[in-house]
Design a protein around this ligand. Structure first.
Ligand SMILES: [Zn+2]
Length: 64
């Protein structure tokens, strides 16, 4: 799935208030500063740090 650009513009990480970006498969939203992956469930992004997965820095697009 994919989210429209205007939705992505509205979505920020609840922890650091930085914009998040879709991951490569469109199943989650990545916050690079936090190294967190927010899952997208039923087309709804779950913007909860408690529910987010930690991702290794190596997987962040900006660090490649
Ligand atoms: Zn963040």
């Amino acid at each position: 799935m994919s989210l429209p650009d205007w939705v992505l513009d509205l979505l920020v990480c609840p922890q650091c208030r930085q914009k998040v970006q879709l991951n490569g498969t469109g199943t989650g939203l990545i916050c690079e500063p936090c190294g967190l992956l927010y899952e997208i469930k039923d087309d709804i992004p779950v913007m909860l740090p408690d529910k987010a997965q930690k991702i290794p820095a190596a997987l962040c697009p900006a660090s490649q």
